[in-house]
Design a protein around this ligand. Structure first.
Ligand code: ADP
Ligand code: MG
Length: 771
């Protein structure tokens, strides 16, 4: 029977656990419970041998020798954009020693890390950690491990969760649930501490290396209800380390009469500088951890920094608990402020909290514990008994609970989740599950969800802390009756800034004739936003008036599809600005609709892989559309023209010409869709030639067009044009070519007056929605 495990995929360390009759934290291949979240690559023996990844302790051991090729803390980069302020800060401060760059295949925003000169996405690196965990777990269990509950920070946004899911898929794991870390901690706490009909409300305070997560949960009768979430995705022990480093540098500067110590370090020889910064980080963290138990610590770095005379500038700083507390006051104050805020957000007061559960390495700091005791009272604040393992244990409990089948705790036979008693030994499984303490978990939305409307107005779609799963449908209006394109942008707002969730581009592919009433009104679009238990977002859109028309529901999420959508958006915006004619814009619109279809298939939704040929093809089509529009070539409108000529004046066109037009039309349609710029231009030229051969029919087409244009505003003039067409056709059929030609010459100036005015009108592509 394939096994289902729980994984705490941490920034610094990862842990796996399994629940059978009891919970067991799994030993990795090195025989240890904790696996450093660290990835590197074995040096290739031969130029063509396959690269082999090394994960965990053995990877970390290379840190001193080759820091540039040791990937640590990849979780901080998961689902992040290159331009993100914090990512830029990490790069500027050399906080991570490996290279972080723009991904060559993604957008401006996409990010890659460089390992032995090759680009990897954070998902790919993360998948190596998960893969090791899976393989080690399979070895220890002597069985396949296909399923996992993986924990993520409560504050992870949709993109970060998607990235985690992709990493799991790449590692060959099926995700049963992405479980918020604080909820996992609460499960492991609740199972031991909340029995039977007890009800307790717990504030989980998870203060780790890179994130600060808060969550309020009510535990009752095996139900875990998430009441609310808060925290700060970018606050953790590493910030504390940075503050201490600043202090240590300032003290060293004072000692040695160096005004700007940071600049002094920056101007050191590159190799020495990196060595020094690495040492400083390690020693500062050690001192910090020591100060959780002792009253003072020393930071000493000798013989690395050199002044201009080549003399050593040594670091030798004493850090007292008192000084340390002063340094971390801003951080502690932030945790208090955010703790008060989460209670405020969900209308709770501190007395409604029964326990405050402290987990995560940074919550071992005495000042942090003290601060929480001051807020909630001494007796309520608990430090978890197994702070490093609690989250994996909670995940294992849920993973067992969510497995389709499990082993009967009495006889070991496989039973299914829906069985109330064991078919084999009659053991009361239902009672057992209730006693085990986890029956169900009610998740809640981690953020506010907004959609962008016309004029950059934001519309609140789903509110933070709404119980999940949840779905909501709202109707929006398109901004123009003829609109064929809709661009919807979804964002979370985190720390008062937009966090993009993804974009949805929809082409309304309808040639249906709208009835006259509908034609005057803009269509309505029904947008459904679904958030599942994992806080993962799915979007669906349908036209209210035409519910049967399938609209795409693929959200672009900052991958190469987003890069393509951004260039499509740019191309359309530019065309709108340049004042091209309506004909040209119709062509741009049709090209855009077909490009959207292509882009929506670029990314494999399961693995996140990029389909290279489709990527290149879509990029080519965007470029082609821009160039053809700038040069005024319009394939689609020429086709329309020919189609309506054949339809209206077929009897005046010799059969041979008709066949010729149809043949060239087919070819043009084909290259409009698939061909290169050159092929497209050639086909269009050929096609136009066959239209030019129509002679008099082209004149009739002009008259008909003038009639259409006048129809709404000057119906009598329109009728005059239509009547003239009829007369000309009659004369022509009766063989009076000369008379027909006379009539034509007489009407044409009036026709051109109408059509020229119309032809000079500029077109616009609308793509917004409004409420
Ligand atoms: P994550 O979940 O982000 O991987 P952890 O919960 O494992 O993080 O905590 C790691 C952080 O906790 C690091 O910044 C580390 O320096 C800090 N830390 C670990 N032990 C202690 C301690 N005893 N006192 C203070 N900080 C600690
Ligand atoms: Mg953690």
């Amino acid at each position: 029977m394939s096994k289902s495990i729980g994984i705490d995929l941490g920034t610094t360390n990862s842990v796996a656990a399994i629940k059978k009759t009891h919970i067991e934290v799994l030993k990795n291949a090195e025989g240890e419970l904790i696996t450093p979240s660290c990835v590197t690559m074995k040096k290739k023996k031969l130029p063509f041998s396959k690269p082999a990844f090394v994960v965990g302790k053995h990877a970390l051991e290379w840190m001193k020798q080759d820091p540039e090729n040791i990937i640590v803390a990849i979780k901080r980069l998961m689902g992040r954009s290159y331009q993100n302020k914090h990512v830029q800060q990490i790069i500027a401060n050399h906080e991570l020693h490996y290279r972080i760059s723009r991904h060559s295949k993604g957008t401006e925003k996409s990010l890659a890390v460089i390992l032995n000169g090759k680009e990897y996405t954070p998902e790919e690196i993360s998948s190596k950690i998960l893969e090791k965990i899976r393989i080690d777990a399979e070895k220890s269990q002597g069985d396949k491990v296909d399923y996992a509950v993986i924990t993520v920070p409560a504050y992870f946004n949709d993109k970060q969760k998607h990235a985690t899911r992709t990493a799991a898929a790449l590692a060959g794991l099926k995700v049963r649930r992405l479980l918020p870390e604080p909820t996992a901690a609460a499960i492991s706490f609740g199972v031991d501490n909340v029995k039977g009909d007890d009800a307790k409300t717990v504030l989980v305070f998870d203060f780790g290396g890179g994130t600060f997560d808060l969550s309020v949960l009510t535990i009752s009768g095996g139900q875990f209800i998430e009441q609310g979430k808060g925290g700060d995705m970018w606050l953790g022990g590493e910030d504390i380390d940075r503050f201490i480093s600043d202090y240590v540098l300032a003290e060293t500067g004072k000692e040695n009469q160096i005004d700007d110590m940071k600049k002094f370090v920056k101007n050191q020889d590159e190799k020495q500088k990196n060595l020094f910064l690495g040492e400083l980080k390690t020693k500062v963290e050690k001192a910090k951890i020591r100060l959780s138990d002792e009253d003072e610590a020393y930071i000493e770095i000798l013989g690395i920094l050199k002044d201009s005379d080549g003399d050593s500038i040594d670091v030798d700083v004493e850090l007292t608990r008192e000084q340390f507390n002063k340094i971390i006051t801003p951080v502690v104050d932030t945790t208090i402020r955010l703790t008060r805020k989460i209670l405020e957000d969900i209308n709770f007061t501190p007395d409604l909290i029964d326990n405050v559960l402290l987990v995560g390495g940074s919550s071992r700091i005495p000042k942090v514990v003290e601060a929480m005791k001051q807020e909630f009272g001494d007796e309520k604040v608990l430090v978890h008994e197994r702070p490093m393992l609690a989250i994996a244990e909670g995940a294992a409990i849920l993973s067992h609970r969510l497995a389709d089948t499990y082993e009967c705790p009495k006889c070991g036979q496989t039973v299914s989740q829906s069985d109330k008693i064991c078919k084999n030994c009659k053991f009361d499984l239902e009672k057992y599950i209730v006693e085990q303490g986890v029956v169900d978990i009610v998740h809640s939305a981690a953020h506010d969800y907004y959609i962008y409307l016309e004029n950059n107005e934001k519309h609140l779609f789903i509110e933070k802390n709404t119980p999940l799963p949840f779905e909501k449908t709202e109707v929006f209006k398109l901004v123009h009756p003829e609109q064929k394109l809709v661009h919807m942008k979804f964002v979370n707002i985190v720390n008062e800034a937009d966090e993009p969730i993804g974009d949805l581009w929809v082409g309304i592919d309808t040639d249906e004739k709208k009835d006259e009433k509908k034609k005057k009104d803009a269509l309505h679009i029904k947008i459904t936003l679904k958030i599942d238990e994992n806080n993962l977002v799915e979007v669906e859109a349908a036209l209210k008036e035409y519910p049967d028309i399938q609209l795409s529901k693929t959200l672009s999420r900052g991958k190469s599809d987003e890069k393509l959508f951004l260039s499509l958006e740019k191309m359309i915006n530019e065309a709108n600005l340049k004042g091209y004619t309506e004909y040209t814009m119709i062509d741009v619109l049709h090209r855009s609709l077909s490009i959207i279809k292509n882009i929506n298939t670029v990314i494999n939704t399961k693995t996140g892989e990029v389909n290279e040929p489709i990527y290149k093809f879509s990029a080519m089509k965007i470029e082609k559309a821009a160039r053809m529009a700038a040069e005024g070539h319009a394939g689609k409108t020429s086709i329309y023209y020919a189609e309506s000529a054949l339809h209206s004046f077929g009897q005046a066109i010799p059969a041979k010409n008709q066949a010729d037009i149809r043949k060239r039309m087919k070819h043009l349609e084909e290259v409009d869709e698939h061909g290169t710029y050159d092929e497209n231009i050639r086909a269009l030229k050929d096609f136009k030639q066959s239209i030019d051969n129509l002679g008099g029919v082209n004149a009739l087409m002009q008259i008909q067009k003038a009639g259409h244009i006048c129809m709404d505003t000057q119906p009598s003039k329109a009728h005059k044009f239509y009547k003239c067409i009829k007369d000309i056709m009659e004369e022509f059929q009766n063989g009076n070519d000369e008379k027909a030609s006379e009539l034509l010459t007489a009407i044409m100036p009036e026709v051109y007056a109408v059509t020229n005015k119309f032809d000079s009108k500029t077109g616009v592509i609308h793509k917004d929605i409004t409420k």
